[in-house]
Design a protein around this ligand. Structure first.
Ligand code: MN
Length: 132
């Protein structure tokens, strides 16, 4: 099963993401800063990282760069961002992210959006779905 890491400084957003992922059978690791996320990522080698952009200390852009520099070249990194500005998509993709999901987090589509960045064999089967 996939190991996911959520890096997010805002407790409500962290709680919501953990709840939604948990409802689909994922038990994500959690970090509340870029620095902590980097430490956990190097130790646990997650299959996917969800990374908040706006954080005190290292922001999401700096954290993504540090993760890549530290050797996580192929791990999907998905930005979680409330930025609605034109150019944000280009900036995240140019900064080492594989894609992004937008805040406010949509309970209906969040996990499905995240799973687009996971290899099929690491996704959790839906109820009624035959695994494999
Ligand atoms: Mn934040």
């Amino acid at each position: 099963m996939a190991t996911l890491l959520v890096i997010e400084d805002y407790p409500d957003n962290m709680a919501l993401m953990r709840y939604l992922l948990g409802a689909y059978g994922y038990e994500p690791l959690a970090a509340t800063s870029g620095e902590e996320g980097l430490r956990i990522a190097m130790k646990e080698r997650p299959d996917l990282i969800l990374l908040d952009i706006q954080m005190p200390g290292m922001d999401g852009y700096e954290t993504a760069a540090a993760l890549r520099e530290a050797g996580l070249k192929d791990t999907p990194i998905v930005a979680v961002t409330s930025y609605a500005m034109v150019g944000d998509r280009e900036r995240t993709l140019a900064s080492g992210f594989d894609g992004y999901v937008t805040k406010p987090i949509s309970p209906e589509s969040f996990v499905t959006e995240v799973e687009k960045f996971l290899p099929e064999e690491l996704r959790r089967p839906r109820p009624g779905e035959v695994p494999g």
